[in-house]
Ligand binder design. Structure first.
Ligand code: BYC
Length: 346
């Protein structure tokens, strides 16, 4: 969607033949102008578009973050997809199918945005399928109860919106624009999760217990989802300078806690943290220690569902090869037909 009319040089190929920096010619006047245009856009908090010159490190950071984000949306279809065939009513099934489809759509907008940076969809998928690329830690936990689906909507989508609203203002145009639509849909997802839990909380004691059990299991992984503490976040300083990250991991986490505590009260569930309390002098909630060892174990491939998620993804891609082949054959046929019609008309 964004790549049409763009002529992006093959950066990987040029990198291979580029001489070491000390042998490279002094930056030309044109390069200096490009750099100062980029700096001026950063200073003015404007937008960089795909056809604009950008530093290689800015491009690489965006490819890293946007592709991880896309992979998270695609892998994130699995935990809830697991419940489509078992949703308790036709209404809940229809809602869940639409939500999971939305996540697939988000992944596609984001892959398209990353492609404008000169990386191909195949390269990104290869990195995911071989386990080199990261995706959000949160999707490596199992959905064992129907209540887990509601909690994903309420807490996981709630955390995602908190993190993603600031991305609508990021300096890379295609990413910022993709995020606007994604955030609108995520807000709906969050509301539907909360509504589903409200209904369950008005049901039987067994239903209320299931909701509480799901909240107990998801709360801490959701807090970790915002990323490591600011003191251990190697990317924050630079991405903040470039106007990609607008609010730090810890500040977003704090905002999420403060927004969620009153919602939990309305719902009638307890958040599983004995240290969670309002701090009147700081005007925010204190909360307990996050288990960062567990977080890194999950990020490094050793969470409860990492292997299952990745093998499902690889199998889906392999089994979908015929669809891609058919789409390409159809496109080739259309092109040939258009060319034939053109010749007939001439
Ligand atoms: N999981 O320096 P840091 C959704 C990595 S999908 C795994 O703070 P950064 C949804 C991080 O990548 C929501 N890895 O990094 C879908 C970095 O490693 P690398 C997904 C994590 O980039 C379906 C290292 O730790 N959202 O909403 O400044 C159903 C150091 O971290 C995680 C996005 O992707 C993690 N949780 O900040 C329902 C949003 N956290 O890359 C819902 C876009 C950190 O240097 N991404 N790491 O090897 C971002 O905003 C940022 O990339 C992050 C991390 C805040 C996630």
């Amino acid at each position: 969607m964004y790549t049409q009319a763009l002529d992006i040089p093959d950066q990987a190929a040029t990198a291979l033949v580029a001489p070491p920096s000390h042998l490279q010619p002094v930056a030309s006047a044109a390069q200096a102008r490009s750099q100062s245009h980029f700096d001026a856009v950063m200073d003015a908090d404007g937008k960089i578009e795909p056809q604009d010159w950008m530093p290689e490190a800015y491009r690489k950071t965006l490819v890293r973050q946007i592709s991880q984000h896309a992979h998270s949306e695609i892998v994130g279809m699995q935990p809830e997809g697991n419940w489509i065939s078992r949703a308790p009513s036709l209404k809940r099934k229809a809602i869940l199918i639409a939500k999971v489809q939305d996540e697939g759509g988000h992944g596609l907008y984001l892959y398209s945005a990353a492609e404008t940076l000169g990386t191909s969809r195949d390269q990104m998928l290869e990195a995911l399928h071989t386990g080199r690329a990261k995706y959000s830690s949160i999707f490596n936990y199992p959905t064992v109860l129907w209540a887990d689906v509601g909690v994903i909507g309420w807490l996981v989508d709630g955390a995602a919106i908190m993190n993603q609203i600031p991305l609508c203002r990021c300096t890379y145009g295609p990413y910022a624009r993709a995020m606007i639509r994604i955030c609108k849909e995520e807000s709906f997802h969050q509301r539907q999760g909360f509504e589903s839990l409200m209904v369950q909380m008005q049901g039987t004691q067994a239903q209320r217990d299931m909701v509480q059990d799901a909240v107990n299991r998801w709360w801490w992984p959701v807090l970790a989802m915002f990323g490591p503490p600011d003191t251990d976040s190697p990317n924050t300083a630079q991405t903040s300078r470039w106007g990609i990250k607008r609010i730090s991991n810890d500040d977003l986490r704090q905002r999420f806690v403060d927004a969620t505590v009153p919602q939990a009260k309305v719902l009638g569930v307890t958040l599983p943290d004995a240290d969670l309390k309002w701090n009147d002098s700081k005007k925010c909630h204190d909360y307990g220690a996050i288990d960062w060892d567990d977080f890194w174990a999950v990020v490094n491939g050793n969470g409860p569902c990492n292997k299952e998620r990745l093998s499902n993804r690889v199998n889906a891609h392999t089994n979908g090869q015929w669809v891609r082949d058919a789409a390409q054959a159809y496109a080739a046929k259309q092109r040939a037909r258009a060319q034939h019609d053109l010749m007939e008309a001439a």
